[in-house]
Design a protein around this ligand. Structure first.
Ligand SMILES: CC(C)(COP(=O)(O)OP(=O)(O)OC[C@H]1O[C@@H](n2cnc3c(N)ncnc32)[C@H](O)[C@@H]1OP(=O)(O)O)[C@@H](O)C(=O)NCCC(=O)NCCS
Length: 167
């Protein structure tokens, strides 16, 4: 399996949005409602929003290409707290999970954090997303706190904030 990690470019965005839907529909029923899945996908993966993020300094999108096809993607951004990078998205094609792609993209986020003088990589993960929590623990994150965030339209994100010190 040949895996290449590289920055997402504008020509990838439609594929990234389609892959996001595929992964969310596989991972999130049973964790959040279908209405919340649709709402959050609409909020986060509208083409205009993705295009804007690609142009924003302080946000980095990366993809894992497997045998020429996008098998997963991630994004990270400078968090509100100085010295912290947030791994904001990490999604791997269900057909390619547990093959190390998530680990490769986490390593890339660590690299980006270090390049930007960050001391900590953080993320938010749904408390019931055991698969992801287990992957994050495996790669060195630990739970820092529990949060409930109102995201509008009556929906709430019931998350753990996990953190990994970088030295
Ligand atoms: C969580 C996720 C990003 C991990 O990426 P990945 O490429 O599958 O993970 P890796 O192959 O690098 O690491 C494997 C580890 O992930 C966890 N994992 C991945 N798939 C799993 C599964 N089906 N069941 C249980 N654990 C799983 C385990 O800890 C596993 O380690 P192990 O094989 O030693 O038990 C990926 O599974 C995914 O996209 N899940 C659905 C979407 C999601 O929840 N994203 C995170 C949002 S915060």
């Amino acid at each position: 399996m040949s895996v290449l990690i590289s920055p997402v470019v504008e020509a990838d965005l439609e594929k990234i949005a389609a892959l996001a839907r595929l992964v969310w529909q596989s991972a999130y029923p049973g964790i959040i409602t279908q209405e919340q899945i649709d709402y959050m996908l609409e909020q986060r993966y509208a083409l205009s929003r993705l295009q804007e993020e690609l142009k924003s300094p302080g946000i980095w999108w990366d993809k894992a290409t497997v045998n020429g096809e996008i098998g997963g993607f991630s994004s990270c951004l400078l968090a509100d707290k100085r010295g912290e990078m947030k791994l904001d998205k990490l999604y791997i094609d269900p057909a390619r999970q547990r093959l190390g792609l998530g680990g490769r993209l986490i390593a890339q986020a660590v690299q980006r954090a270090i390049e930007n003088a960050c001391e900590t990589l953080i993320l938010a993960v749904n408390k019931r997303n055991e698969q992801a929590i287990s992957a994050y623990r495996k790669y060195g994150f630990a739970v820092r706190e529990a949060v409930r965030v109102d995201i509008g339209r009556g929906f709430v994100m019931d998350d753990f904030i996990m953190a990994m010190p970088l030295h």
